[in-house]
Write a protein that binds this ligand. Structure first.
Ligand code: NAI
Length: 411
């Protein structure tokens, strides 16, 4: 098939590479000319494990352009542009602008596939605007394991108005061997928000349990997570207590569905509570540091990790950045280190970051920060991601999320 991919970000680029690898001819379109120029010269703008190799391997089947006219002969056009939340509401301008551009160039019988995360009813609007058949096919990949997730998803959700249109999309993803869930477009759109909200809720739940564990002698939230996670009805995933969720999806998607639900007079109270719990997480790291270090004013603090999670260079809505802001408000001098991501703060090597500072907060769960207990000797340390072994730490200068305080543990 000849396939168009509109929007060459994390989702669009991974989808382009994976579908080219399946033998399709792929035309990727983005409005960002620098991005397109770079991609055309073999420069991948994002860090995602395995993506460089997959793009290089399939370069003969991949074309990148800013010119929508190059989509005039594609069979299927995937929309994978960003759908941010602005003032708590989903911002659909990019989707609408892409749809209008597609309406001008696509063949009448071409199919539009909505991969961007959009509220129920959006695919219907795009169908009206473009006069083309539209199928909702939400994306569930995770940055950091995006290629693996795309090739081997837990399920593929396909929401279509007509059986024929759904069948075309099903034929594209058949190679994954994953269960296919056929739905209406509205159901498919809702599944994406319900999935992200549920996962966000799980994390906020275990983080509240973590707060409680910190007040109970001999009570480590990791053990609680293990003990409940083995229950198949609960499952062990997304039960890692820490500084909370960030990134380009959970914060914006929970807000968007919450505002949408309220507008329909049916507030999602569990989702609202999860957002509230999550908003308090960055402060928790700084509070724990102050408990062991006292005042932070004028003192140097190192933040390890600025990416919103490990194995990505993405810092969108990163909890680490919020931790940095709160530290600065407290008057601390902040330096940071991340193996891949950059932030608007003094970035130095890991050794320098730790050596120069009195206090250290681990804010991202990079493997690089495992086993560094020796390097942290003499420092005040807050382990916000539970990477360190408490038995190797000086407990008078150490706090970890969801681990009882040393004075309580010693009783
Ligand atoms: P991104 O921000 O990395 O990339 C979006 C790209 O779209 C940018 O390169 C931008 O220049 C381009 N763009 C914007 N307007 C355009 C237009 N009119 N025509 C052509 N290109 C245009 O976004 P990302 O992270 O790939 O997300 C895309 C969608 O997928 C969003 O709806 C997101 O919620 C959803 N999603 C993202 C996941 C992730 O992990 N990043 C996972 C699952 C879904």
């Amino acid at each position: 098939m000849k396939i168009g991919i509109i929007g060459l970000g994390y989702v669009g680029l991974v989808t382009s590479a994976v579908l080219a690898d399946q033998g399709h001819l792929v035309v990727g379109v983005d409005v960002d000319s620098k991005r397109v120029e770079g991609l055309s010269c073999g420069r991948n703008p994002i860090y995602e494990p395995g993506l460089d190799e997959l793009l290089a391997k399939n370069k003969d089947r991949l074309q990148f352009t800013t010119d929508y006219a190059k989509l005039s002969d594609v069979d299927v056009a995937f929309i994978s542009v960003s759908t941010p939340t602005v003032n708590g509401e989903i911002y659909l301008e990019y989707v609408m602008s892409a749809s209008k551009s597609l309406a001008k160039v696509l063949r009448k019988d071409s199919l539009i596939v909505m991969k961007s995360t959009v509220l129920p009813g959006t695919s219907r609007k795009v169908r009206e605007i473009t006069g083309r058949e539209v199928v909702s096919n939400p994306e569930f990949l995770k940055e950091g394991s995006a290629i693996k997730d795309s090739i081997n998803p837990d399920r593929v959700v396909i929401g279509s108005y007509t059986k024929e249109a759904g069948d075309v999309v099903e034929s594209i993803w058949k190679f994954t061997g994953a269960p296919i869930v056929r739905t209406t477009p509205e159901e498919a759109e809702m599944i994406k928000y319900a999935a992200n909200s549920f996962l966000a809720m799980k994390v906020s739940f275990i983080n509240e349990i973590a707060n409680l564990c910190e007040r109970i002698p001999n009570c480590d939230v990791n053990k609680i997570a293990e003990g409940i996670g083995l229950d198949k009805r609960i499952s062990p995933h997304f039960l890692k207590a820490g500084l909370g969720w960030g990134g380009s999806c959970f914060p914006k998607d929970t807000l968007a569905i919450s505002t949408f639900a309220r507008s329909l007079g049916t507030p999602l109270r569990t989702v609202d509570a999860s957002i509230q719990v999550n908003n308090e997480r960055p402060k928790r790291a700084v509070t724990l540091l102050k408990e062991i270090m006292g005042q932070l004013k004028g003192r140097k603090v190192c933040v390890l990790g600025v990416a919103f999670k490990a194995d990505t260079d993405d810092t969108r809505e990163s909890v680490a950045l919020k931790v940095i802001d709160i530290l600065k408000e407290e008057g601390a001098q902040v330096v940071a280190y991340d193996p891949k991501a950059k932030a608007n703060v003094t970035m130095v090597s890991m050794e320098q970051c730790i050596d120069e500072s009195e206090g250290v907060i681990i804010a991202t769960e990079w493997n690089h920060f495992k086993g560094i207990e020796d390097k942290l000797r003499g420092k005040y340390v807050v382990d916000g991601r539970r990477l360190l072994d408490p038995s190797k730490m000086d407990l008078t200068k150490f706090r970890a999320i969801g681990l009882g305080t040393p004075s309580i543990q010693g009783e």
